[in-house]
Design a protein around this ligand. Structure first.
Ligand code: PLP
Length: 377
């Protein structure tokens, strides 16, 4: 049964029972006190996770809706630049092409460091808006948001950051870093069901919001409705998902943001050690500014196997991990370690993966599970 699989994907992630429970109830009015208080709880917790004083605006739509909201409201008719080192950087560029007067891609290989020198020259040339994916999920690399924010400020450009798989699992300081719009998706580090995105917008970006935003993704309308008491959305929202996201946010608040980030960091470190113990290579190329992701680990597939066989072996043991996307299919595998999971789920995923590594014929140097257990215990 699909729902018995342990999802160790970079989203969707397993849902805590409390989160599942709140969705099975009678409908409520979305223009009333109960909905407003759920939205207020979400906003309070997300502000801490985004590292911002600005109200998170919650959109009924997946993470991509949040990306499109940010790019269309800040970049329509303007010159945009898009830092790319993976699939989601490319998606930002594709969205930019639909709205910008001119969209400039700044391409690196997937999983390689971003080209910040090229960014500087594009900004000197008059580009007004920059997009960057903080945690590039397709390649398992964490990009330097603080550094990019500084460069954008120096050139007075607006900075849009996709935090879809970092916010809630790694440290994000949107205001301090000079992020003008940040985006998160519900089914990733927040451990809520898929279907909601939240976007925050800085004061300087509100001052420069485009005159004619899209109809459904009109961020000023979201802002106006969120300022009401009780809080509202402009259109009928996905109410059961809001209730589930509220519960997920309360769980995060109970755990504490610092503890949550530390738990993700412990899991990421343990998986990196396991990959090393197996004698496999990590996929991303890090440097002093770019690091391995805290929420998803991408490693090279052992020679002599393919994605279908490798992940099929893991799946037969009841666990689903991710493969490479697009041209990285059959080249890498990815283990998600985000949301509410901790040592028990991670050790099971590592044991199943180690079995698949051995089954591929690869000579394992030592047990990655045991190495990870030492770190997690
Ligand atoms: C970094 C990043 N950005 C954006 C998205 C798109 O989110 P969604 O699939 O919720 O639309 C994803 C999804 O995996 C992602 O990992």
């Amino acid at each position: 049964m699909e729902d018995e699989l342990l999802l160790m994907l970079p989203g969707p992630v397993p849902l805590p029972e409390r989160v599942r429970g709140v969705m099975a109830r009678q409908a409520i009015n979305h223009r009333g006190a109960e909905f407003g208080s759920a939205y207020a709880d979400i906003a309070r917790v997300l502000k801490g996770l985004f590292g911002t004083k600005n109200n998170p605006l919650v959109i009924s739509g997946s993470g991509t809706a949040g990306m499109e909201a940010a790019v269309s409201n800040l970049g329509k008719g303007r010159r945009t630049a898009h830092l790319i080192n993976g699939k989601f950087g490319e998606r930002m560029y594709t969205i930019g092409q639909k709205y910008a007067s001119e969209a400039c891609p700044i391409k690196s290989e997937w999983g390689a460091p971003l080209d910040l020198e090229k960014l500087k020259s594009v900004l000197e040339d008059g580009c007004e808006v920059v997009t960057m994916v903080h945690n590039e999920t397709s390649a398992g690399i964490l990009n330097p948001a603080g550094e990019v924010g500084k460069i954008c400020r120096k050139h007075d450009a607006l900075f849009i950051m996709d935090g879809v798989t970092s916010i809630g699992g790694d440290m994000v300081l949107a205001d301090e870093w000079g992020v003008d719009a940040a985006v998160v998706g519900s089914q990733k580090c927040l451990a809520a069901p898929a279907g909601l995105a939240a976007v925050t917008v800085s004061d300087r970006a509100w001052d420069r919001i485009v005159e004619n935003p899209p109809y459904y993704l009109d961020l000023p309308a979201y802002r106006k409705n969120a300022a009401k008491d009780p809080m509202e959305t402009p259109f009928t929202p996905a109410v059961p998902l809001f209730l589930a996201l509220r519960e997920a946010c309360l769980i995060i608040e109970e755990e504490g943001i610092d503890n949550r980030i530390a738990r993700h960091r412990r899991m990421a470190g343990a998986v990196q050690k396991a990959v090393k113990a197996w004698g496999l290579d990590m996929f991303p190329k890090t440097d002093s500014l770019h690091q391995y992701s805290n929420t998803v680990t991408a490693a090279c597939l052992p020679a002599g196997t393919n994605d279908k066989d490798f992940r099929g072996t893991v799946k037969k043991l009841g666990i689903q991990i991710a493969g490479g996307q697009d041209h990285l299919k059959d080249k890498i595998f990815r283990i998600g370690h985000m949301g509410a999971v901790s040592a028990p789920e991670l050790l099971a995923a590592l044991a199943a993966t180690e079995f698949a590594v051995k089954k591929s014929g690869h000579q394992v140097k030592e047990s990655g599970v045991m190495t990870a257990a030492e770190d997690l215990g």
